[in-house]
Structures are given as structure tokens and as C-alpha cells.
Write a protein that binds this ligand. Structure first.
Ligand SMILES: [Zn+2]
Length: 265
């Protein structure tokens, strides 16, 4: 399977797979296979079908440059935008949006978790090391044990783990959001590692959300994160937000904040 993995393109498969691109290419593949079957030998048609299917599976699409022309085609179709949008995967242990992003950064700066270098915010090595150790320890826990640990945060009342779409998710305080496992691991590890003087609890939780912006690898499996978007590659660019996802866990790890919002993650 080594040859297959060389073909693999995480930018258009897994969590980044665009259903319209895949569907359009699937239809084209069937049409081409039928034409080959009629015009040539059946074995050649089978070869075309198998090769095409492997390419769509591993690369997300078959026709070169599909993501470049497909958005234009999709925009002209009289269909709801929602059909072409990956389900929104917002979610964080805290849904409290009232904490100011500037206050969070100031608290982290005072506590020695980050330092401000001009326009840049730099994570301090000592905190980063402790945070990553805690993430590694939490990543080894079963979903039930992770849920129990997350529920021990004072302002969190309940955490349940659920399985959906072949993945593990967490439901906090009965909210509608399904929170990906890497986010629970990252935020819980941050809450447990932050110095005591990052307070009150709402600021600690907001800080744990902001700290996800510093992740370059998945907190669960340590795979390098890949760019994605909250809309599929064929989707309307309206309201799309840039994200980083783990291609291995097939889950979102962070959302790049809009320029005017420092607290979103
Ligand atoms: Zn992962």
C-alpha cells in the first residue's frame, strides 16, 4: 500500500474531502467507463474504473484542477449553499464568548505563559513543554476517562463522549456542539497546566481556547495539521473560515481567527 499512500492528498481527502467534487468525478468516471466499454474491450473499462476509483479515493478527485473549476460550476447551480458546505465544527469546552481576547493575552503575558514581541505572541518554552506533556498523558486516556477528567473543571457540569461518523466527539453541558477529541485534549491539558494566577475560571477556559492557535501537530496523534476551511472546496467562499485539521484523526483542531477577533479558536 506504500504506492497508494504516495498518491494520498490530505488537502482533498478525509476531513477536507469535498462531496460535490467527489460526486462530480464519480459521475464522470462512470460515463468514461461506459464509453470505454462500448468502444473498446471490457477489461480496459474495468481498468479505467478501478484506476479512477483509487484516484478519487486517494486524491479526492480525478479530473485535474477540479477544485479550480468546480466552485464556478457550483456557484451557478440553483441549489442551497448548505449542500456544499462541510458541517460547521465550531466547539470548545467553553461557549462563553464574553471574555475579551485582549484580557486573555494580558493574563497569559503576566503569568509568563506567553510573551509579546512587537506584533507577535510567543509561547514560553517552559509552559509549552508542560502543556505538551499533559496533552500526551490525556491523549492516552480512554474517551470515558477523558470525559470524566474534563467534567472535573469547576465550571463544567457534564461531559459525555459519543461516536459519530466513525469519530469520537464530546458533548459538554448538553450543548448542541460536538467537540472533537483533539480539542478536548488540548484545552483540558491547558486548563490543568496554566499557572494559578490565570483567573477567573472563564479566563482560564478562554485562554485554553486561544492557546490552540499555537498547535502545529495534533494533540492526540502528533500528525502535522493541514490547512482546511469551514466550507468544502466547491462551497461558497462566503463565511468560510480557515482551519487546521488533523488528517489522521479527521477532526478540526483550530480555526484561524478573523483579524478583529483574537479569542476565536
Ligand atoms: Zn490526530
Amino acid at each position: 500500500m506504500r504506492g497508494l499512500s504516495r498518491l494520498h492528498d490530505p488537502a482533498h481527502t478525509g476531513p477536507n474531502r469535498c462531496l460535490p467534487c467527489t460526486a462530480v468525478n464519480g459521475v464522470l468516471l462512470v460515463v468514461v467507463t461506459a464509453l470505454v466499454a462500448v468502444a473498446s474491450a471490457p477489461w480496459l473499462a474495468v481498468a479505467v474504473l478501478v484506476t479512477g476509483a483509487v484516484l478519487v479515493w486517494q486524491r479526492g478527485y480525478l479530473v485535474p484542477y477540479t477544485p479550480r473549476f468546480a466552485p464556478g460550476i457550483v456557484e451557478t447551480l440553483p441549489l442551497p449553499d448548505d449542500w456544499f458546505r462541510n458541517p460547521p465544527q465550531q466547539g470548545s469546552l467553553s461557549d462563553d464568548e464574553s471574555v475579551d481576547g485582549g484580557d486573555v493575552l494580558a493574563a497569559l503575558d503576566v503569568a509568563g505563559v506567553v510573551r509579546l514581541e512587537g506584533e507577535d505572541v510567543v509561547l514560553e518554552d517552559a509552559f509549552e513543554r508542560r502543556w505538551h506533556e499533559e496533552m500526551a498523558a490525556l491523549a492516552d486516556r480512554s474517551p470515558a476517562a477523558l470525559a470524566e477528567a474534563a467534567a472535573s473543571i469547576p465550571s463544567v457540569e457534564s461531559v459525555e463522549h459519543v461516536r459519530s461518523g466513525g469519530n469520537r466527539w464530546f458533548v459538554v453541558d448538553g450543548r448542541h456542539d460536538l467537540i472533537p477529541r483533539p480539542i478536548v485534549v488540548a484545552e483540558l491539558a491547558a486548563v490543568r497546566t496554566l499557572p494559578d494566577d490565570v483567573e477567573p475560571e472563564a479566563v482560564r477556559l478562554a485562554a485554553s481556547r486561544v492557546l490552540r492557535q499555537f498547535l502545529e501537530a495534533c494533540p492526540v496523534c502528533e500528525t502535522e495539521l493541514v490547512p482546511s476551511s469551514t466550507t468544502g472546496c466547491c462551497g461558497s467562499p462566503r463565511d468560510a473560515q480557515e482551519t487546521r485539521v488533523c488528517p489522521e484523526c479527521e477532526q478540526r483542531v483550530l480555526t484561524i481567527p478573523e483579524p478583529d477577533s483574537a479569542s476565536e479558536a
